[in-house]
Design a binder for this molecule. Structure first.
Ligand code: TYM
Length: 325
């Protein structure tokens, strides 16, 4: 049995990329492993967010994670700020990471570009991520492709800390899905799908109504070549649709491509597959939103369990670097 850890920010706009790149794979591994899943509210403070919105979104993200199928009987689902060892270990790791390493982080460059002021927390963001994972001695971290570089840094920090202070952390591995590791925007297939406010037609939200899913897929940008073929370089729009179909139905992208002569039929089937994929999530979300007390109880129990594991690792790391206790 491996230990699995992953996290998601309470940004309030969950979409197919989150689901196919991450959540679906969390659900798939939860029964065979010791799994920790975390709502990373401290990470959300790295960008501007209204306090009351953050509070609301934190609970609603827990709702979403339960709605996609995480089973609180077998996983530890918790909120990052409820376990104080996360920022405590992050400090020890900030004193392990170098400025040169953080300067190379592509997500930092993307998220900070064009801003007049950039929060220091945005810069050290990947170090807090490393603390998240290393506290639980996780072996595997199921994430989408956009987190690969952060996972590489995390591994480097774990190895460096272990070499400098003695073996303290398990060195974790990124687990990235074979298809839909980078779900692309339906309108701009050259960029990854992200918040719906950035691209209302290009992003399929987990709670989108069937008619909206249908409309977004029908209007998805393809190309003028007219042939259905999987070739992400030459045909990014069509290849994205094939990946969505493959991830939603389980057929391979090549097999899916062979079934269609034109884009119309492909789009019809993609829309249908996505509507059936997301219908149970919508329904379950509505049920859970009606009993938030239960969701809060799950998070309290999760924080208790997480804290027990995290405090053991933190104490070991603090002692290793020579903190007096
Ligand atoms: P976040 O909140 O941006 O996204 C959560 C997960 O969704 C995946 N994802 C995608 N996968 C495929 N296609 C897309 N278009 C797409 N968009 C998002 C992300 O890869 C991620 O797995 N830094 C992390 C949160 C985090 C974390 C951690 C993750 C904090 N601590 C420790 C793993 C381990 C983030 O912002 O993910």
């Amino acid at each position: 049995m491996a230990t699995v850890f992953s996290g998601v920010q309470p940004s309030g706009d969950y979409h197919l990329g989150n689901y196919l790149g991450a959540f679906k794979n969390w659900v798939a591994v939860q029964h065979e492993n010791e799994a920790f899943f975390c709502v990373v509210d401290l990470h959300a403070l790295t960008l501007d967010i209204d306090p009351s919105e953050l509070r609301e979104r934190t609970l609603d993200l827990a709702v979403t994670l339960l709605a996609v199928g995480l089973d609180p009987e077998v996983v530890t689902l918790f909120v990052q700020s409820h376990v104080p060892e996360h920022p405590r270990l992050a400090w020890l790791l900030e004193c392990t990471a170098t400025v040169g390493e953080l300067n190379r982080m592509v997500q930092f460059k993307e998220k900070s570009s064009g801003r007049e002021t950039v929060r220091a927390g945005l810069y050290t963001y990947p170090v807090l991520m490393a603390a998240d994972v290393l506290l639980y001695q996780a072996d595997q971290v199921p994430v989408g492709d956009d987190q690969r570089q952060h996972l590489e840094l995390m591994r480097d920090l774990a190895v460096r800390f272990n070499n400098r202070y003695g073996r303290t952390f398990t060195v974790p591995e990124a687990v990235v899905p074979k298809v839909a590791a980078r779900v692309m925007d339906l309108q701009q297939p050259g960029r990854k799908m992200s918040k719906s406010i950035d691209s209302p037609l290009g992003t399929v939200g987990l709670l989108d109504a069937p008619k909206d899913i249908e409309r977004k897929v029908r209007r998805a940008v393809t190309d003028t070549d007219g042939r259905v073929r999987y070739d992400p370089e030459a045909k990014p729009g069509v290849s994205n649709l094939l990946e969505l179909l493959s991830a939603a139905t389980g057929v391979s992208v090549e097999e899916a491509a062979a079934r269609y002569d034109g884009y119309g039929d492909l789009k019809r089937d993609v829309a249908e597959a996505l509507i059936s994929l997301l219908a149970p999530i919508r329904q379950r979300t509505a049920e859970l939103r009606a009993d938030l007390g239960e969701v809060e109880r799950i998070l309290t129990a999760g924080a208790d369990r997480a804290h027990k594991v995290a405090s053991v690792t933190y104490e070991r790391a603090a002692k290793a670097v020579g903190l007096f206790s």
